[in-house]
Write a protein that binds this ligand. Structure first.
Ligand code: TIU
Length: 224
């Protein structure tokens, strides 16, 4: 498969589809649906919904072309042994990780709220990486998994732009990947923080990577 050039900021970016993966970050009920972790932090979760349809379209294209698709999920073991006390105690009792909510215990693996939203459910065989932190490389085997396949470029989608996406894109940069953010496939609980996070990624000649849109990607991809 030939190299593709995608229009992006701050410059066009070249990818080889054989060595490119799509990483969909934390599109979980806990972040996108009412009653989960996102809402417990005081956020209006409806702000994230705008990313769902663009991610669906990119997922469909990635699956059609046979790209490696990686879904990540933030969450903790039921005994919370992998959750730092600092992360646990920073919010009032009743709204903490592990507390009961309408979608089960907040941000706990295996609970209904921890699942990826129905609209973007992983297909059988797709890779799902469970992570206890914000960065998807922290305490996971994501780097080994990607390096084993020779992956060089990562297309990023998911939530939230300024938290788990930002830290993961930074982590990917340090580990030698070209990170390409699909801006309309990503959302934050505050549109200003979404815009700021994208600005930081593409500033200084693309200090963390590139920013583009799903339309630019889909235009560049082979049609069959
Ligand atoms: N709070 C917030 O914006 N995000 C997170 O806590 N996790 C992710 O971004 N996935």
């Amino acid at each position: 498969m030939p190299a593709l050039i995608i229009e992006a900021e701050p410059t066009p970016v070249t990818i080889d589809l054989l060595f490119t993966a799509l990483v969909v970050i934390d599109m979980q009920k806990d972040f996108l649906y009412p009653g989960g972790y996102g809402e417990s932090l005081g956020n209006d979760v409806s702000l994230l919904r705008r990313a769902i349809q663009p991610v669906r379209r990119v997922l469909q294209a990635a699956r059609r072309l046979g790209l490696l698709v990686v879904h990540t999920r933030e969450g903790h073991l039921p005994d919370l042994s992998d959750c730092p006390q600092t992360k646990l105690l920073r919010w009032p009792e009743g709204r903490r990780i592990g507390d009961p909510g309408p979608m089960g215990r907040i941000l706990v693996r295996g609970e209904p709220g921890h699942a990826i939203i129905d609209e973007l459910a992983p297909l059988p065989g797709e890779t799902v990486v469970d992570k206890p932190g914000k960065c998807a490389f922290y305490c996971t085997d994501l780097d080994q998994l990607l390096k084993r396949r020779g992956i060089q470029s990562l297309l990023f989608a998911g939530v939230t732009t300024d938290v788990c996406c930002g830290t993961t894109i930074s982590g990917a940069n340090d580990r030698g990947y070209n990170g390409i953010v699909l801006s309309d496939c990503m959302a934050a609980y505050d549109p200003r923080r979404h815009a700021s996070a994208l600005e930081i990624i593409k500033a200084q000649g693309g200090i963390f990577g590139w920013v583009t849109t799903s339309e630019n990607l889909l235009t560049a991809l082979p049609k069959s």
